[in-house]
Design a protein. Structure first.
Length: 111
């Protein structure tokens, strides 16, 4: 299995869960904007630090399993892990946190 195929196995369920939780909980633009900003920061950090680690020859990839697309030295497949985590972790947090009640101060701010 290629790195891209392995990445798809993680991204697809994370995306489905994030969209389902977003619809069910009625998460608004603010939640999605925070998620998008988090994704942007993590993607930039991943590209920079993966490139540094590859340049330092800390690890290597099987080139036959890569798509060949790179950002600096980092293969594009490496961006799947921050993407999956940014989708999955906030969605899981929303599920674990439960429904906001009347005494929830966050709910009062949104109203």
């Amino acid at each position: 299995m290629s790195y891209l195929g392995l990445a798809a196995l993680f991204i697809a369920p994370a995306l489905v869960l994030a969209l389902a939780v977003g619809r069910r909980r009625g998460l608004g633009r603010r939640w999605w904007a925070a998620t998008g900003l988090s994704l942007l920061v993590l993607l930039m950090l991943t590209v920079v630090f993966d490139s540094v680690m590859i340049w330092a020859d800390l690890f290597r990839y099987d080139e036959s399993q890569l798509t060949g697309v790179r950002l600096l030295l980092a293969p594009v497949e490496d961006l799947a892990w921050p993407l999956a985590s940014v989708l999955l972790l906030p969605a899981l947090w929303e599920l674990v946190r439960g429904r906001p009640g009347r005494d929830d101060p966050e709910r009062e701010e949104e109203a």
